[in-house]
Design a protein around this ligand. Sequence first.
Ligand code: ARG
Length: 588
Amino acid sequence: MKKIIDFIEEELGAAFEKAGYDRSLAKVTVSNRPDLCEYQCNGAMAGAKAYHKAPFMIADDVIDNLETKKYIGEITAVKPGFINIKLEDQAAASYLNDMRDSEELGIEKVKEPQMIIVDYGGPNVAKPLHVGHLRSAIIGESVKRIARKMGHKVLGDIHLGDWGYQMGLIITELKERKPELPYFDEAFEGEYPKEAPFTISELEEIYPMASARAKEDELYRESALHATYLLQNGHKGYMAVWKHIMEVSVTDLKKNYDNLNVEFDLWKGESDAQSDIPDMIGWLKADGFAHIDQGALVIDVQEESDTKEIPPCMVQKSDGASLYGTTDLATLVQRQRDYEPDKVIYLADKRQELHFLQVFRAAKKTGIVPSGMGLSFLGFGTMNGKDGKPFKTREGGIMRLENLIADIEEEMYKKITDNRTVEEAEAKATAKIVGLAAIKYGDLSNQASKDYVFDVDRFTSFEGNTGPYILYTIVRIKSILNKYAAEGNETDGLKITGAHSDGEKALMLEAAKYNDVMTVAYEELAPHKICAYIYDLANAFNRFYHETKILAGEDDKKKESYIALLVLVKEILEACIDVLGFTAPERM
Ligand code: ARG
């Protein structure tokens, strides 16, 4: 739904046109004399010169030609030629009723839906999922949901880091530990075992060990590099090990992302891009887009308007190996072939900004993607601990995502059971829901590009700008509605007829902002704007709640209006937390 001000502007536009003036004069702004009216239009003043007429006459003409007056109470021409517009008493109420009656609360879906790919998550297979990848998953999931809400066709792709040196390291270490396995027997002709020769915990222990050893042991490092090379060139046994690594890791990743309420449509990865690399390199060379520079194959991406040097995008090292950029370009070749997206949005640590700039420019310059395709990079800052350094465990190690979630859930469980007696199972389930909200809201309420401090005490608090506070507000509304229903009343189909107080008016005005906030959050890829909005909305509701006898009042008509407003506010809050990627419990 359009905003009230836009509705009025449209009505005025029609009146300007009907009276013989240019429609564009009908610009409506918030009044600078709020004591007189809410909105004003200075178009008659602006048009006076062009039409050789006194502004006051134009203003009069326009008002005479006004056909509809939705939301408009009084509209008057005042000297020398302003148009003052007072809202009708029930304007806000009728706007909110219209919102409730429209599909999805009146979200103004885009006229031309786009095909959008969101590339997020990006975990590196076989390395434990750590907090660094948390932000990508949380922000990406929200961006995907916001874009869908606006009516776009969106696919989320996890883009696994599944083809690098880490695989060589694991193969090398496994070979040392279990040389008897058939994967390492070059003469082996039979079928490789179906069962992986390791569990996820073993895998997670192998990687850091091998990685540390390779840093000290040059010979070991060389074997790992060689194993990587052989794998990438199709070594049969190593490919089989790689498949095991993938199965075991992906199962574990799915479980982790499930717990985070993060869902990918595509589980593709860097390895999938490999099949397109040789061909791509071939024509990049043949068409002269890529040239050799100090032994490496590169694409120049410097542009005249650049104020600083942008190094070329490297597509092949002197030893023939491909790089991060090569994979990203080949992935775009595939995305273009398979989905013809209008836009691809990438989420990664903001320190990867230059990489994406190079890839985007190279992709457009070489025609890998059409010049009109939108390529955007949403770079996020670091999640720090209270000491201002990247978040670590208490012992100073890398925090595993699973443990972080478990810690938060435990904290929430304590809080929930401190407050009241709840059954164990219910308390556990609620702690899980509220814990997730604490983590996600804590992250999303910050502008993505900024570093932020992951503060468990603050994030799990029921007060202040936190996820639990938002959920607490929703639960409070639900409980009022339940009580009202339990008294034998119908909560559906009631009309808002307020405002009966300043607090209620403030709440109504907040509720009316919903559509606009969602649109802006999409345009700016800014979930934090939705957080800021629901925090304001929750505050407005809680003020209203404390000032008003919602159920205890005598006046049934008023009560019905309150209930109708509560239903709407609850629906808005729920729609917002849904695009942020979490839900509310029934009680807490
Ligand atoms: N795996 C990468 C990392 O851990 C993130 C991948 C981002 N996406 C991409 N298409 N490059 O940093």
